[in-house]
Design a protein around this ligand. Structure first.
Ligand SMILES: *Cc1c(COP(=O)(O)O)cnc(C)c1O
Length: 453
């Protein structure tokens, strides 16, 4: 016991030392740190090694080779950092080591995840009767929602997919937008919807599904919409499209991996009409700033999700709202607990403040970049900025230089055929100071190119 506690304390000390360097360490590791990873290339040990020594190796060679996504200067993807309250709850959960499948496995997890589910429906203002499954990722949760959609549609056609499978089943059509996230396509692919058979609708100049190009929908259609396009942060026109889909009897699923959180802020108008969809996916590990991996599958018809995800066995039966009956996982960690901790520590106003601050900083960065001579390619409606320099080569050079500087990190993308970069503001740590530092860095990189043509 003494050794166990000492080891865990050592890990906590090392973790604290790591976090104390946040804001100071390189945002992307140096080439030396990357080369040092060779230290891990050991053969599988025949006999056990000292765990203190293993922890030291992990910290000394591992910590310098991390990407500092917990750093306020990290603007890549839409990653978010980990809120202290959520990270601390995770730490305690690790000590509990609960298998949070059903309340028999963890009464506390069942209770807290139930509360977290209700809070999620409240803060995102979604139908209160919905089921919330806390899964590993938006990918997994989208898969769960689309499987539920198909099963429900087939059920309405008097086809029992659980018993009779898909061969000979009535055809279910899928409609997505041209800018649907790759993981929505992945979920569709895994579920056996061939990509050639999926109807892809073009987008308007902002990257939103173009309602005028929508095909005729019917009661065997799954329509996938998007809240927060991954480059631009744009929202599909829900108010226009969802009533049409509903009148046709289609199932509407919304991928709101990060964008759904606009609903918890003064930008909620962007999501107007979204509450009329049938299912939604969102992440905890992106904009809510919980640790990985944490996401939510939300389904208006609670029994439909519970039916599709049911994993009751003779030795393990549970109520339809047990998490193992709402997610792909059977044995699972209580991913709803960090969500509960994040929401409890921020409150409604804290979540709104964070989301609104990120959106305001994105506007500030866009203005600063324009002033520095960059072209901003999106209208900044949320926390995303897509920009480019004078030409593709110049854009690529600047992205590389910024990434190698260790002072920041953001990624490259292609937007409407142009090389571009995306800046995402999504860390609770990021404030105006860091936004201004980013603008200054990008200005200096731009100037370097003007001096040396
Ligand atoms: C990140 C993202 C996803 C995938 O989420 P994961 O949790 O990484 O699986 C899906 N859609 C959008 C719009 C995203 O930004």
């Amino acid at each position: 016991m003494k050794l166990e506690l000492e080891l865990l304390r050592t890990a906590d000390d090392r973790a604290a030392a790591y976090l104390s360097q946040v804001g100071k360490r390189r945002v992307f590791p140096s080439s030396e740190s990357l080369a040092d990873l060779v230290a891990f290339e050991e053969t599988l040990p025949e006999s056990g090694h000292d765990p203190f020594e293993g922890l030291a190796l992990l910290d000394e060679k591992g910590s310098p080779a991390t990407v500092a996504t917990n750093d306020p200067r990290y603007f890549g993807f839409v990653i978010g950092a980990a809120l202290p309250a959520a990270a601390a709850a995770e730490r305690l959960m690790l000590a509990w080591d609960q298998s949070a499948s059903l309340s028999l496995g963890s009464p506390v997890a069942a209770k807290v995840e139930k509360v977290a589910a209700n809070w999620i429906l409240e803060i995102l203002d979604l139908p209160r009767e919905s089921a919330v499954g806390f899964g590993t990722s938006a990918t997994a949760c989208t898969l769960a929602c689309i499987a539920t959609a198909r099963r429900s549609i087939l059920e309405r056609q008097s086809w029992n997919v659980d018993e009779d499978g898909l061969i000979g089943a009535p055809e279910v059509e899928v409609v997505i937008s041209e800018t649907a996230h790759i993981t929505v396509k992945k979920a569709l692919r895994i579920l056996g919807f061939g990509m050639k058979r999926v109807h892809t609708v073009p987008v308007d100049s902002y990257g939103r599904l173009d309602a005028t190009s929508l095909p005729t929908l019917n009661d065997r259609t799954i329509l996938c919409l998007q809240a927060g396009e991954v480059n631009t942060g744009e929202f599909d026109p829900f108010e226009e499209i969802i009533p049409i889909a509903q009148a046709a009897g289609a199932w509407v699923h919304v991928d709101g991996a990060f964008g759904l959180w606009a609903r918890a802020s003064n930008r909620s108008h962007l999501t107007e009409g979204i509450q009329h969809a049938d299912s939604w996916t969102t992440d905890g590990h992106k904009w809510l700033n919980t640790p990985y991996d944490c996401a939510m599958a939300i389904c208006r018809n609670a029994n439909a999700l519970a039916g599709a995800m049911n994993s009751d066995a003779v030795y393990s039966t549970a109520s339809p709202d047990a998490q193992k009956n709402l997610t792909l996982e059977f044995s699972r960690r209580a991913r709803g607990i960090p969500v509960w901790a994040a929401l409890r520590s921020l409150g409604r106003s804290g979540v709104a403040e964070m989301v609104e601050r990120h959106c305001a900083l994105a506007e500030r960065i866009a203005a600063g970049l324009k002033e520095a001579g960059y072209t901003v390619l999106n209208r900044v409606v949320l926390n995303q900025v897509v920009a480019c320099a004078s030409n593709d080569d110049e854009t690529k050079r600047i992205v590389k230089a910024a990434q190698e500087s260790g002072e920041t990190w953001f990624g490259a993308t292609v937007w409407q055929g142009k090389a571009a970069f995306r800046i995402s503001v999504s860390s609770w740590r990021t404030t105006q100071l860091y936004a201004d530092q980013l603008i200054a860095l990008l200005r200096s990189l731009q100037q370097t190119s003007q001096i040396v043509p």
